[in-house]
Design a protein around this ligand. Structure first.
Ligand code: CA
Length: 219
């Protein structure tokens, strides 16, 4: 059973998350301030930490710096209008973020995705004749290495970890570039174009009208 630490000082939100995750079979423990969270992290092993930013005593950023070396994945909980928080969290190495207020379905999907991704961290991701070695960051197409830039590689990994899921432009951009998405589609679109070309993936990376992109595995 996966064990999740919920660090959130608004008890109403913490218990809402706990009830829903517990219903899905996760074991949850709540911490309502930064100190309590730090104590728990020190004592116990968690598979995932949901981390609010504005917390009494020790804030989420400080906690993240403490958590990162432990290799436990982190999803930040941020207020919807706090774009800077979101970006800062991703830059500091959070695995994903959820904006409050959120829908339970979204929460569950993100928790599942991050756990799945982290469980596969050492593995080779593959689709068709393309293979991505996560550790060495080397990509092969039909056995031959493909030269990708850092951003192209990061984009590719986002796609590979979310096969058949429509990825929104803003989220994709924020995750890969670690910057606020200002609605300029050119940077992202040109990277996608190059990725398609280098991998021969015109038919795999689909444009999703008014949303962004989706990698289809063709099955
Ligand atoms: Ca808070």
């Amino acid at each position: 059973m996966k064990k999740i630490l919920i660090v959130e000082d608004e008890e109403r939100i913490a218990s809402l998350i706990e009830i829903n995750l517990a219903a899905e079979g996760y074991r949850c423990i709540c911490a309502f301030d930064g100190n309590a969270a730090a104590d728990l992290i020190e004592k116990e092993k968690f598979d995932l930490i949901l981390l609010d930013i504005m917390l009494p005593k020790i804030n989420g950023y400080e906690l993240l710096e403490y958590i990162k070396p432990l290799g436990v994945p982190v999803i930040f909980l941020t207020a919807k209008n706090k774009v800077d928080d979101r970006i800062k969290g991703l830059k500091l190495g959070a695995d994903d973020y959820i904006s409050k207020p959120f829908q339970i379905g979204e929460l569950l999907a993100r928790v599942e995705a991050v756990l799945r991704r982290c469980g596969n961290a050492e593995r080779v991701l593959s689709l068709g004749d393309v293979e991505v070695e996560m550790k060495s960051r080397v990509v092969y197409k039909a056995g031959a290495p493909v030269e990708l830039t850092v951003k192209e590689f990061d984009l590719l990994v986002e796609f590979m970890q979310n096969k058949n899921v429509a990825l929104y432009r803003d989220r994709l951009y924020e995750k890969v570039w670690g910057e606020v998405y200002m609605g300029d589609t050119r940077t992202l679109d040109s990277h996608i174009q190059r990725l398609r070309k280098k991998l021969g993936w015109d038919n795999y990376i689909k444009t999703v009208f008014r949303v962004g992109y989706r990698l289809e595995d063709g099955e």
